[in-house]
Design a protein around this ligand. Sequence first.
Ligand code: F6P
Length: 308
Amino acid sequence: MNAAIRAVVRQADALGHEAWGIYRGYQGLLEGDLSPLPSRACANILQRGGTILQTARCPDFYNPALRATAADNLRAAGIEALVVIGGDGSFRAAEVFQREQGVACAGIPGTIDNDLPGTERTLGFDTALNTAVEAIDRIRDTASSHGRLFLVEVMGRSSGMLAVHTALACGAEAVLYPESPDDSYENLVSRLNANWLRGKRSSIVVVAEGDIVGRAMAVGERLKRDHDLDLRVVVLGHIQRGGSPSAMDRIWGSRWGCEAVRRLDRGERGFYLGEVAGALVAQPLSRILEAQPLPPGDLGALISVLAR
Ligand code: F6P
């Protein structure tokens, strides 16, 4: 996200505009917590995780009267356009905000969940994926040395995108995620059983939190009860959301930040950016109302073949 902030600020500067930073997302916008963000304030942030502008969940933005206050705060500061870096909730809010308050909005996808329609990439996903894979590689050492089963829960909210990619990249024996046709306890038991019969004495199962944080723990308890297994459960949690961003996240944050400002400068509004088949794309903000994309089905199938 810092790569995107830096690019927005510096591209705006290059085009003769002044950039302002809004702190804590929509919450800061409601409270008037905004100030000019000069180019120099963005020095040495490209390699930093999190966001220098901080962020917040903001249920107050559901309130139309408070959205009007937010628009007033922007106008009072002479701000003509808003670049929103965020996920599904942030873009839905931007879509309403522009339609209702007439504020020109542009979106840059930023969420480790990679669950937005119209883009194959969101900022943070690649970094979180690599972090999860590195963590599981370490867990694998204990799994194989002790001949143990590990259930590793990864984030992703209601999307299995992070779980499936993590499972494939770390050679997991199985993956549980909400969109999978095989996402059942019984199916997992029969997969583990088949692996045991093939001589596998340790396994890693990646579990998508799937809107129920702690799902891996519940599955683990049931497996222990039913099969008396020496298993362990690891919840990776917010480890996945921090740390220095990957090169690809920095590159796309930079590209999208510049592109958002160039389009706004040309008078475009009400769009969000994305990546499809390697190309930078833009689509109307209203596309955010479409269904979230499914994890590629072929990846799930590959995982079972490769776990043999
Ligand atoms: O949407 C990003 C995300 O990291 C999800 O993967 C996760 O379920 C959620 O945010 C965690 O949110 P919080 O930090 O508020 O607990």
